[in-house]
Ligand binder design. Structure first.
Ligand code: TNX
Length: 535
């Protein structure tokens, strides 16, 4: 009788479709993945269980995301289905770490709820790639132990040059979550539109959120709105919408960092409140690359007061530790001609206009710090002296980041040669819609190393991570944002999450195909990497 039982068991095991461990393809590549050589058959749906009320959202999220997969037919909720256990486990050491075990049931544990959200992305990819057989969905048994390399893994979106409504912003946040990234940098103001409701200054959105539409002209040739000319393009987020987006992101493990670009890139604010400029200029919101005046006055106390009031409302909406104040491309011609700016340079014993910008930014740095927050600025804030507590976003190459790290300041790497996903991605530009500039292939992004070789081990600790930037001059629609972001952000996600030693381009390309299937199932548009685009 025992021998009979053994034979039956062996026969049963032999009939199970075998799944080779190499078939587990996850991006970003997990720190440790051990295929245990068996398979789990999901034939009567799934039953998600969690004893932790903190994971109620994660449970609903997993079910909703599973319903989008190709094998969704096998993944219906069912009392008698395969058990999926979600839990919190304090013994996991890394803050965003998770452990996923697939045996005769599925167990996903995270140190935090964000860890569980990351683990869900791995599980979804395994389910997506499972084999659909007459007996059900067959997935390999596996044990994964995983956590990120960098604490800051971000994507940016410029909603000024083109406006994207809340639905798209949420879809973009979902995409960030699918890549196990944790930060959404929301570029909310620029010359071409102010996009956040500020109750104290209603004209910022009544006036500053709207412009004339010259989409037929090349970006650099579009004339600004003339006084009295009717606006035809624009939009903004109400404070209620912003709260909703911030909460939506938080549920998915994502912090939203708002950016108000100061003192340059401010034509929309000046169009709304001319007194912000050096000479109370009546200008229109820029509709393309040319702004008549884009810098606010560096010599008026009222301007600093204005931004403190704006930032107060911003801080009420965004719980993020970091607030981004821009600081980039603040062309100083207006300041050179302005008596108030020159007076301040003398009075405060500043070297020049760069010194004045540093003085200006330092006031805001002190203000944010007094409220328990921290400032991020683009690397121009290094010129004329870096604000005491600032974190630097290094975009004009890596040198600003290197310098900041050497000075003991935190750094987020986003160099224009690797992280600007508004650039072309295939060498044959004719294959793509018009883009801003340059060429950044998938391969280039994949081979990017955020910690510059120049830094010592000690200095390297200041590199918090990196970010992909989506400047939207040439992206009028959400579909185009997806096309340009994907799959380059997929490559960046692995650079930021996976151990440096495990990075292997051929292996990444091999794992990319099922990832692209997953993107298709979840409704994203992407650039299909051509051989030239990859190599
Ligand atoms: C530079 S990066 C800018 C943006 C443009 C972008 C286009 C940075 C801080 N400023 O205003 O949109 O180039 O790639």
């Amino acid at each position: 009788y025992p021998i009979f039982l053994l034979v039956v068991m062996l026969l049963f095991a032999a009939c199970q479709p075998s799944v080779k461990p190499t078939e587990i393809k996850i991006i970003p590549k997990p720190v440790s993945l051990t295929a245990t050589g068996k398979s789990l058959v999901i034939d009567k749906g799934v039953r998600i269980e969690t004893s932790d009320s903190d994971l109620a959202f994660a449970s609903d999220y997993l079910m909703a995301q599973m319903q989008k997969l190709t094998p969704a037919i096998w993944l219906a909720p069912s009392e008698s289905g395969v058990k999926v256990e979600l839990k919190l486990d304090e013994t996991i050491t890394e803050e965003e770490g998770y452990k996923l075990t697939i045996g005769d049931k599925i167990v996903l544990a995270g140190k935090t709820k964000n860890g569980v959200i990351h683990g869900i992305q791995s599980l979804l990819q395994i389910l997506e790639e499972g084999s659909q057989t007459d007996n059900g969905l067959v997935i390999p048994t596996v044990s994964i132990d995983d956590y990120p390399r960098f604490a800051y893994r971000g994507m940016h979106l410029d909603v000024s040059r083109h406006f994207f409504g809340v639905d798209f912003v949420k879809k973009y946040i979902d995409l960030i979550a699918m890549h196990k990234m944790n930060t959404f940098h929301w570029h909310l103001s620029d010359d071409q539109g102010w996009r956040i409701e500020i109750k104290k200054y209603p004209k910022l959105t009544e006036v500053g959120a709207w412009r004339v539409d010259h989409e037929d002209l090349p970006w650099n040739e579009r004339p600004a709105q003339k006084p009295g000319e009717k606006a035809t393009y624009g939009g903004f987020y109400t404070q209620e919408q912003i709260k909703d987006v911030v909460a939506y992101a938080a549920e998915r493990g994502i912090t939203v960092i708002p950016e108000i670009d100061i003192p340059g890139h401010s034509a929309a604010a000046i169009a709304a409140y001319p007194e912000l400029s050096c000479r109370d200029a009546q200008i229109g919101v820029a509709s393309g690359g040319k702004a008549e005046i884009s810098i606010v006055c560096g010599g008026k106390d009222s301007v600093i007061e204005f931004y403190k009031n704006v930032l107060t409302e911003v801080m009420d909406l965004f719980p993020s530790k970091y607030i981004h104040i821009g600081g980039d491309e603040a062309w100083k011609a207006e300041w050179e001609k302005c008596p108030l700016c020159q007076k301040r340079i003398k009075e405060k014993d500043l070297k020049d206009e760069h010194g004045l910008q540093s003085y200006f930014i330092q006031q805001l740095d002190d203000f944010l710090v007094s409220k328990g927050r921290a400032m991020i600025g683009w690397d121009e804030i290094l010129e004329g002296g870096l604000a005491k507590n600032a974190t630097v976003m290094s975009w004009r190459g890596e040198s600003g980041g290197i310098k900041s790290a050497q000075m003991g300041h935190d750094v987020i790497m986003t160099p224009v040669d690797y992280c600007y996903f508004d650039y072309y991605q295939s060498p044959d530009k004719d294959l793509e819609p018009l883009a801003f500039n340059g060429l950044i292939t998938l391969s280039k992004v994949y081979n990017y190393e955020p910690v510059p070789a120049e830094l010592t081990a000690e200095e390297s600790k200041y590199v918090l991570g990196a970010q992909g930037n989506m400047w939207s001059e040439w992206m009028p629609t959400g579909e185009m944002v997806e096309y340009r972001a994907l799959p380059r952000m997929t490559a960046l996600s692995e650079v930021l999450w996976s151990p440096k030693e495990s990075r292997n381009e051929a292996d990444f390309i091999n794992r990319l195909e099922p990832f692209l299937d997953w993107l298709t199932d979840t409704g994203y548009n992407f650039h299909i990497p051509t051989p030239q685009g990859i190599f």
